[in-house]
Design a protein around this ligand. Structure first.
Ligand code: M6R
Length: 618
């Protein structure tokens, strides 16, 4: 939800800001803007639509001098609209009445209406419909000669979540940044400093980063950052500098047409990275070195609750099938947006597992806090290092999938599945819920997944390309699966709808007769996931039901002649060493099917309309 950048140093500031925004465009892409300090005051450029519009606008004007007292400085923003349409007028940065205070913001100011009313009564003139603009006017209201004090006074008036950066024309060489719930990372350079919502924007310049904590206020200068707490305005200790080990090339397309395709093809490596160091080669046991929850707590847990949204929720739902079978204890998965407002019993006997690629999803974070306050034990699964959910859970297991830029989640999903698989086996091992042999079989099976997926990626892409042409002609598609492939049907449908805009429904195949069957006719493609498992025959009956209503079948199956004969299109899936790994080999061809369909339709695969990668609002 919006990306923000900032810079102080000697480099050409517009180039640094635009480059940073290009790495954050996945967070929002309906308008963008930058502001910087020039010799004759603040310069501001904004454009609606993709970042490329802003880049063109800035390029048309050529280089503009930006060194003031030997330093250049500026801030930038790429927007995912919450308040106010995605017009140029509503694009950030926003300014106060004097035009000397400039603000970029990520998040939502919940009490902006009352603040705006108050400020307007006092004579402030608003130029946009955004919640953000109140920040600029509030800072103006409190500013005498100390920007830090004014920002501090302003933020005490704000309710909501935000990361923001404020630039004041009268304080060259300084920026003030505040983090409350929305992420903000500093990039530490030599006599220069960078700031961004996410690490990829910093990596071309530095690997040394500082994650701001909640309630941190940082005064940035080319020499570094002074840290304060917005709770009491007092100076606090520097936050530690961390070194990022992954490479910038991981956040670039590397010759692929889209990030999504690259990320689909990265899955074998991502799963390997997730597995790395988590299976002891000598004992063959699962080891989770980052787990700090005492074993006693883990072995006494009586039920498990997965909390997540979207694709991550599908990962949680898949895990309930594994965990219930392996541990024999009740497992639930809840949509975090529902859980946070429900009265669901959770206590110290519950292990809550929030799952989030970004680690910043507002609903998942709120659910985590609610469960934590109720005394639940917590292990989060996140991909983004240092993210809020990872930190607030007190115990994060990272997926190590590398940056996922495509809005449609792919490698994050399979690496979440991998971590969940490992946690399930770890609990089974420590609780003696499975025999040593049974655990070893599962471990062998998961170790085989990277190679299996690797060897099938190309054939899957080829067949997906052929089927896509057909899929693209239809308005609706039904996805069916049973047991642990029911969540995969949901995930396949979600992928298709979010990037190709074809309406797709995932259903538990047994539920078809309770309603969706009414939709089946000759124009309705039905994608059925039918590995050779204990519900295969039931799935075949469902296929017959579709066929007798002239529905068009796309079947995923294990090279079975009978299944082939029933399908208009057949996608072969390999047989793994254990049925438990079927979700991995079934989801990847469905990702490719969605991808190829979206490409065939000419859709914007990496930046589908109305979506953003990281959903930090309710
Ligand atoms: O970062 P998170 O895993 O918490 O994100 C959750 C959902 O917003 C995310 O999975 C979303 O559904 C994706 N666009 C799906 O591809």
């Amino acid at each position: 939800m919006c990306g923000i950048v900032g810079y102080i140093g000697k480099r050409p500031v517009t180039a640094v800001l635009l480059d940073g925004l290009s790495k954050l465009e996945y967070r929002g892409y309906d308008s963008a803007g930058i502001a910087w300090l020039a010799t004759d005051g603040i310069q501001r450029r904004r454009a609606s639509g993709k970042l490329s519009n802003l880049v063109e606008l800035v390029a048309r004007e050529g280089e503009i001098s930006s060194l003031v007292n030997g330093l250049s400085m500026g801030i930038g923003h790429t927007r995912w609209a919450t308040h106010g349409e995605p017009t140029e007028r509503n694009a950030h940065p926003h300014v106060d009445c004097t035009g000397r205070i400039v603000v970029v913001h990520n998040g939502i100011i919940e009490n902006y209406r009352s603040l705006r009313q108050e400020l307007e009564t006092e004579g402030h003139v608003f130029k946009s419909e955004t919640d953000t603009e109140v920040i600029a006017h509030l800072v103006e209201k409190y500013l005498k000669d100390d920007l830090r004090a004014a920002v501090q006074a302003a933020v005490t008036r704000l309710t909501g979540s935000y990361a923001m950066v404020v630039l004041w024309q009268n304080w060259p060489g300084r920026l003030v940044a505040v983090r409350k719930q929305s992420p903000l990372v500093l990039g530490m350079g030599d006599q220069e400093i960078f700031l961004a919502s996410d690490i990829p924007a910093l990596l071309p310049y530095t690997r040394r980063v500082v994650f701001l904590e909640n309630d941190d206020l940082a005064v940035l200068s080319a020499e570094g950052a002074e840290m304060y707490s917005i709770v009491d305005g007092q100076r606090i200790e520097q936050r530690p500098i961390q070194t990022i080990t992954w490479d910038i090339s991981m956040a670039e397309k590397a010759g692929y047409r889209h990030f999504m395709l690259k990320e689909i093809f990265e899955q074998p490596q991502a799963i390997l990275n997730t597995l790395a160091g988590r299976i002891d080669p000598e004992t063959g046991k699962v080891v989770l070195p980052e787990l700090t929850l005492p074993l006693k707590e883990l072995t006494s847990i009586q039920n498990i609750l997965f909390l997540a949204c979207g694709t991550s929720w599908h990962a949680g739902l898949t895990a309930t099938y594994w965990f219930e079978e392996w541990l024999g204890i009740p497992c639930r998965v809840e949509l975090a947006s529902e859980f946070r407002y429900r009265s669901m019993p959770v206590n110290s006997n519950t292990l809550v597992i929030p799952i989030s690629q970004s680690g910043e999803t507002a609903d998942t974070l709120a659910g985590l806090r609610k469960a934590r306050d109720a005394g639940a034990n917590m292990i989060s699964i996140c991909n983004v290092l240092g993210s809020t959910i990872a930190r607030e859970s007190g115990n994060a297991i990272y997926t190590h999938a590398g940056p996922e830029i495509g809005v449609a989640s792919t490698k994050a999903f399979t690496s979440q599945l991998t971590v969940l698989y490992l946690i399930g086996l770890y609990l089974a091992q420590e609780r003696n819920a499975m025999t040593v042999d049974a655990i070893a079989r599962k471990i062998n099976a998961i170790l085989e997944v990277p190679n299996l997926v690797e060897s099938w990626l190309k054939p899957w892409q080829e067949i997906a390309g052929i089927i896509a042409e057909d899929m693209a002609q239809h308005r609706d598609v039904l996805y069916l699966g049973r047991h642990m492939n029911f969540p995969i049907a949901l995930e396949g449908a979600l992928k298709l709808k979010e990037i190709s805009y074809i309406h797709a429904e995932g259903y538990a195949a047994g539920e078809m007769k309770h309603g969706p069957i009414a939709l089946i006719d000759k124009d309705m493609p039905v994608v059925a996931i039918i590995p050779r498992d204990h519900v295969m025959e039931k799935m075949i009956s469902n296929v017959q039901e579709v066929k007798s209503r002239r529905g068009r079948m796309v079947i995923l199956g294990e090279g079975d002649d009978e299944l082939r004969a029933m399908a208009q299109h057949f996608i072969e899936i390999p047989k793994g060493k254990d049925l438990s790994i079927n979700p991995f080999v079934c989801v990847v061809p469905l990702q490719l099917l969605a991808y190829e369909t979206a490409v065939f339709k000419g859709c914007d695969v990496d930046q589908p309309r109305n979506l953003a990668k990281s959903v930090t609002v309710e």
